[in-house]
Design a protein around this ligand. Sequence first.
Ligand code: ADP
Ligand code: ZN
Ligand code: ZN
Length: 730
Amino acid sequence: MTQSPHYIEVALPLPLRRVFTYQYTLAKPAVLGARVRVPFGQRQLIGIITETRATDPQGFEAKPIVAQLDDDAVWQPELWQLLSWSADYYQHSQGDVFANALPVLLRQGKPIGYAPITYFELTSNAPDVDEHALKRAPKQKQLIELLQQGRLSATQVKQAQISTTVVTAACDKGWVVSVEETPMLDAQQHWTMALSEDPLAVNQEQAVALSAIKQIDGHACCLLEGVTGSGKTEVYLQAIEEVLTAGRQVLVLVPEIGLTMQTIKRFKQRFDVPVEVLHSNLNDTERLHAWLNSRSNRAAIVIGTRSAIFTPFANLGMIVVDEEHDLSYKQQDGFRYHARDIAIKRAQLLDIPIILGSATPALETLSNAVNHRYHWLQLTQRAGVAEQVEHELIDLKGLPMQAGLSEPLLTQIEAELNKHNQVLLFLNRRGFAPALMCHECGWIAQCKRCDAYYTLHQAQRRLHCHHCDSQRPVPKQCEQCGSTHLISHGVGTEQLEDFLNERFPEHSVLRIDRDSTRRKGELDAHLKSASEHKHHILVGTQMLAKGHHFPNVTLVALLDVDGALYSADFRAPERLAQLFTQVSGRAGRAHKRGRVVLQTHHPEHDLVQDLLNNGYQHFALTALAERQATSLPPFKHWALVRAESTDKAQVVEALEQMAACLPQVDGVMGVGPIPALMEKRAGRYRYQWILQTSSRKQRYQVTKYLLSQWENLSILNRIRWSLDIDPQDF
Ligand code: ADP
Ligand code: ZN
Ligand code: ZN
C-alpha cells in the first residue's frame, strides 16, 4: 500500500498569485481538488488542494491542515481545467478564481449537499380573509391569501414583497408556522425532454442559421447577428430543442436577469423541463441548490448572468451567450474575467457548440467572424409583422432647449401622445442636473474627493457624487462669492421627468434609472407597467435599452449623443452605436411604425452619418479597419495596470518602476504612466500603464515575466494596484 503524501499545496482565496504548502496529517488520502480548512495567520481559511507531494518543503515548517472537507474533487476535470486555464489566462490568483466559482455556502465550508429550506404554512387558526381582523392589515391579508394556495418558501414570500415583520407577526398570532425541510432526492432521478408548445415555423434566414448550427459536430462558435426582433431567440429555442432531445443540458448566459424576464419566460414556456434561473434574489441556500441541481443533472437548462459560466454540469451540450457585446459580462474588480470569452473556452474544452447572439456584436467578435474563425449567421429581417424603423437627426445648433429637449422634438412627442402612442426618451445621466452652479461667479459644487462635479438630486434636496457615493445637503450659498443665486446646470433624468410632467400634465411619465429601481422588484414592476401602456412617456438611462420590448413605443429619442462622439475612450463610439441600434429595436414593433431621433450639435459627424445611412454592421466594419490601422484592440492585445494612492507622486513613481521592468521585445510596447479618465476619485490618485503586445501568447509571456519582477518592487506595498487582461474600461 502506498503511503499518503505528507505535504499538499493549497490554493487560498487571497490575491496572492501562489499556492501554500501544508502538512497533511489525516488518515484518509488527500484528494486533488477537494476543499480543506487550513490555519492562516490568526484565522482559518478554506482552500482547494492543487497538488500533493511527498518531499519536505525546504527552509520552513509547514503547518498541518485542520480538515479535509470533501472526499471527492469539487469539480469534474472539465471545470477544473477551465478554472485553471482562467487563472492562468487572466494571471490571477488561482485560489480567488476557485472561490469565485463556488456558491457562498461552499466557500464557507458547508458540506456539498442539499440544505434545509424554510417554508411557511397556514395553521388551522388562520382567520378567513374576509374577516374583520384583516380589514386594516392588507399585508397580512395578502400573506394569508397567498398561503391558502399552498405553502411558500421564505424567498417566495420575499418575492411577493411581504416583509419579515409581517410574517413574524402572523407567526406570533399563531396563524402561520415555519417548517424546515431538506429536499430528499433520488440520485437517479433526472429530467426528460418535453415540449410544452410548438416551435414557430421559421423564416428563410432562421432556417439557414438553424441548419448551420445543427450541422456542427463537436465544437464551433457561431455569431448569430440580427437586429432586435429578427428572431434570434426563436433560433436559440430550436437549436436548444435538439440538444435537450439528445439528453444534454444547456447553459444560457444573459446580461441582466431583471431586464431579460421576457426572454426567460419564453424558455420556460417552450420546454417542459426543469429550468434554473440564477438571479440576485436567490438566497445562499437556493444558489447552492441550483448549483447541485445542475451538477447532478436535475436541471436541463441553466439561465444566469456572468458568474453562471462557472456552474458545474453533468452533461453540458451547448452554450448560448445572449447580447454577447454587453459590458456586464466583464467583471470589473477582483478577478477581472470576461464571461463570454471563458464561455468560448469552455465550449472548446467540452467540444460543444456555442452561439453568441447580438444585434450589435462586439468588434472583437465581429473580427473573428470576418476571419472565419466563427460561423457568421445573419438575420437581417424583422421576424413577425413589425415594421421598419425611420431615423432622424435634429441639429441642436442654435435651437432653444427646455430640459434637454429641442422644440422640434417636443412637437413630435406631442403628436405621438395625441395618437395614444408611447414615447421613450434616453438620457444617460441620472439625477436632476449634473451640476449646481453659482449664477454670479460660475463656481460649481465639486466633490472634494474626486475630479467630478456633484449631481443635484432635487427630490432628496441633496448633492450626490456618482463616483464615490458621497452626499451632502444642497448649499444655500456659493462657496466662492457667497451669492445665494445658485442654479442647476445641465439636465438629468429627474429634471426631464419634472419638466415632462409639467408640459404634458394629462400624460403619465415613468422614469427608469438606478435611482428609481433601487428596491428589489421595482425594476420588474416598472417594466411591466411600461409594457402594459400604463405610462405614455418613458424616461430612462441605458438600462432601458436592454432586451425589453415595448410594443406601443413609436418614438425613441437619444437626447445627448455628443459626449460619446468626442470621448477619450476609444470604445465610446462603438458603445454609442450599440445603444442607438438597440433602442432602434425598441421602437415600432407589432403593427406600429417607429422612429428614432438623435439630438446632436454635430449631425455631419462621420460616425453619426455612417450609422444612420449604413447601419451598425457597416459602422462596425469601418471601425474595425480603423482599429487595425491604429493598432488598437483586437489587433493588439492589451493588459492594463491600474494603480492608485492618496499620494500622487508615489503612484506615478510606482508605475514608472513597473514600466522599467519591461524587456525590449519586438512587437511589445508599454504606454504610460498616464492619468485615468478621472484622475482623482474618492480621495485617491489613479494612474495606469498599458502593455500592448502583438499576440496573446506574447502578452502571456511578458506579463508572467513582469509579475515575477514586480514582486521585488517594495514600492508596490505602499499603493493599490491591479492587472486587467483585455481591459474594457479606462
Ligand atoms: P430577437 O431575439 O432577435 O429579438 P425574437 O426571437 O424575440 O427576436 O422574435 C421577435 C418576435 O418575432 C417574437 O414575438 C417572436 O415570437 C416572433 N417571431 C420570431 N420568429 C418568428 C417566425 N419564424 N414566425 C413568426 N414570428 C416569429
Ligand atoms: Zn466623489
Ligand atoms: Zn459665486
